[in-house]
Design a protein around this ligand. Structure first.
Ligand SMILES: O=C(O)CCC(=O)C(=O)O
Length: 313
């Protein structure tokens, strides 16, 4: 196996077939990059349920060059930084939606690894919930991306530069995603004031540092506490957010979630390339959000009237 590549076992009838992410299988090899056969192992699913994150070293190795070129192309088309201005390295620049802007990046929603994560953790009918592209600057403090007691949301993060614990890699606090449990509720209350309440600097909070090289994927539950410390002024990263499909009686919660996107001044959740290039499988992961984002345009109009620029995150 190539360095960085990783075997994931998928159930194929009675057999458990190792699927190698990160490179195409050799001729005659058992493992075929047939997305319908790829799934996470039972151990990976249990790890994710228990600790709230998973790492996939080398899962996108074969895609790094194309993905990086497309990432830079989207930024160039947007003036190089936030909201059409240059990236000056003083504050995070952010584009939302991101992968939606480029056919090649939009196709990541159809990638076997992304489908495997989505289907295994969230169900075959999971929702694609949008994406951001970033030039991060410096530290990101501890936070959760949501605090969802019932509907599972996850983020897949693609970092395009090598990062270590002290140069801006993602850190996660294992088990912090478990809403309603004493440990995670304590963290929810205490992390914001960790100096006064816990007597430690944010970068000293016990956590796992998910060091990466390009081609690695990291994935975490939105509830999981995460942060990054020591990053430079142009840390390249983009995300894919996925969720369970919302049951009909909770569609109001889905619309509330979608309302949050108004701060990015967007009228629809998805960008043009994402929708225009969607085949039947991708459409399945777009349809629920597309049927529930009609209110976003008016909220974005209001946001444009009250904000000086779209949100940086
Ligand atoms: O890489 C980082 O600085 C943090 C990423 C993050 O907080 C996020 O995507 O929610």
């Amino acid at each position: 196996m190539e360095p960085g590549a990783r075997h994931v076992h998928a159930d194929e009838g009675q057999r458990s077939v190792p699927i190698t992410f990160g490179r195409l299988p050799d001729a005659g090899e058992d493992a075929v990059m047939d997305e319908s056969a790829v799934a996470l192992s039972a151990e990976q699913l249990r790890f994710f349920a228990t600790f709230g994150y998973l790492a996939f070293p080398g899962a996108l190795l074969a895609e790094v060059a194309g993905v990086t070129a497309a990432f830079e192309e989207v930024w160039t088309r947007h003036g190089g930084g936030h909201y059409g201005s240059r990236h000056e390295g003083r504050a995070r620049s952010c584009i939302v939606p991101f992968i939606d802007q480029h056919e090649h990046l939009a196709a990541l929603v159809d990638h076997p690894v992304v489908l495997a994560i989505g289907r295994s953790v969230l169900g075959d009918d999971f929702n694609y919930m949008g994406s951001d592209g970033n030039y991060y600057v410096g530290d990101t403090g501890w936070h959760s991306d949501g605090w969802h007691p019932l509907i599972r949301h996850l983020k897949i993060a693609f970092y395009l530069d090598p990062l270590t614990r002290d140069t801006g890699c993602l850190r996660v606090i294992p088990g912090s995603h478990r809403v309603g449990e004493g440990y995670s509720e304590d963290l929810q209350r205490e992390l914001g004031g960790c100096r006064e309440l816990l007597g430690v600097e944010p970068q000293q909070v016990p956590a796992v540092a998910l060091e990466v090289t390009p081609g690695d994927l990291v994935c975490f539950n939105h509830n999981t506490k995460h942060a990054a410390f020591g990053g430079g002024a142009r840390r390249r990263m983009f995300t894919i957010n996925l969720s369970q499909r919302y049951p009909d009686e909770r569609l109001g919660e889905l619309r509330d979630y979608i309302s949050g996107a108004a701060r990015f001044w967007i009228d629809r959740v998805y960008g043009e390339a994402m929708v225009a290039t969607a085949g039947p499988e991708r459409q399945r992961h777009l349809e629920q959000v597309m049927a529930n984002d009609a209110h976003l345009a008016e909220l974005s109009r209001q946001a444009r009237a009250s904000m000086s620029e779209p949100s940086r995150g």
